[in-house]
Design a protein around this ligand. Structure first.
Ligand SMILES: [Zn+2]
Length: 300
């Protein structure tokens, strides 16, 4: 029986000791050395040298080509000012600067910078989509007191949209439920996931999604961890549950194959930067610990 006493390490504390979000540039700060998160959809401009990447600084751009009005201040990362800028409004791109997908960058930057880059992608997309009021069509303006935009005509307030979704590891004895989604570009198998619907609790969504997609009822749902997933605006809520009843039957609409897998028979799975990857990694490590302890209790 697998317990959930060992969850993913809580790295949020470390991240927020290094990243301090803010809405406005503190008075008197010199922005000339700031990091620029230049965003084009889900891609970011970076300098890459083999496996290492760095985000550009204002000083990498031609003189006077960036001004503070076109960018959104994000706060400081390791004490360095950070701005995000949507590529629509951009300016001459320095040579050797290239756009890479945020997913690919997760493997090349540390977790804190990955989180700030993720925030930049989310904010730049929101900023692009909220230039005009959805109620009356008038231009909007950034609010100085909170992360929001206000309509200059009717006063409508627009906050960044965040769409919560569950992603769940269903455990049956010593096996993990994994499924292949028809929309996956890769051949890999992953944990089941789905968006929370209006009026639904996290737990109800988890039960509905698993039942709809593979015909299995679950019980004993518990929280694992969460991750912003800005493609374009999700918040993934990782859960663990135990199998209750039912035969695994893919719905044929979203899921074309699914089964319970032991650690020695896992198919290709998503990378460790995603919640799915962390859930699968947790399952494997917990299982290995259980086996080790069973073999030699003195090793504990
Ligand atoms: Zn309006």
């Amino acid at each position: 029986m697998i317990t959930t006493q060992q969850m993913i390490p809580n790295t949020e504390k470390d991240i927020y000791e290094r990243f301090h979000p803010a809405l406005t540039l503190p008075e008197g700060e010199d922005p000339s050395n700031s990091i620029i998160f230049l965003v084009d959809a889900d891609r970011l401009a970076v300098y890459r040298d083999k496996d290492s990447v760095r985000f550009p600084r204002i000083s990498d751009f031609p003189d006077q080509s960036l001004n503070l009005d076109m960018m959104d201040y994000m706060g400081t990362a390791d004490g360095i000012l950070c701005f995000c800028l949507s590529f629509d409004e951009a300016v001459p791109i320095p040579e050797e600067l290239e756009f890479e997908s945020l997913r690919a960058l997760y493997d090349s930057v540390d977790e804190m910078m990955g989180m700030v880059a993720s925030r930049a992608v989310h904010l730049a997309g929101w900023s692009r989509r909220s230039k005009y009021c959805g109620v009356c069509g008038s231009p909007t303006q950034k609010d100085s007191a909170e992360l929001a935009k206000r309509c200059s005509s009717c006063g409508n307030v627009i906050y960044p949209r965040i769409s919560p979704a569950i992603i769940i590891a269903v455990i049956k004895e010593d096996k993990l439920l994994l499924a292949h989604n028809k929309n996956f570009k890769q051949k890999w198998y992953s944990t089941l996931a789905g968006f929370i619907e209006p009026g639904e609790t996290i737990e109800a969504c988890a039960r509905r999604e698993v039942l709809e997609e593979v015909g299995v009822a679950i019980q004993n749902i518990r929280y694992f961890g969460s991750q912003p997933w800005p493609f374009p605006d999700s918040l993934m809520i990782g859960l663990i549950a135990d199998y209750e009843s039912g035969e695994v039957t893919p719905d044929g609409v979203e899921i074309d194959d699914a089964a319970f897998f032991g650690t020695d028979e896992l198919p290709d799975v998503p990378g460790k930067y995603s919640v799915a990857g962390k859930l699968i990694n947790w399952f494997v490590e917990t299982r290995e610990r259980t086996i080790t302890n069973a073999v030699d209790p003195e090793c504990r």
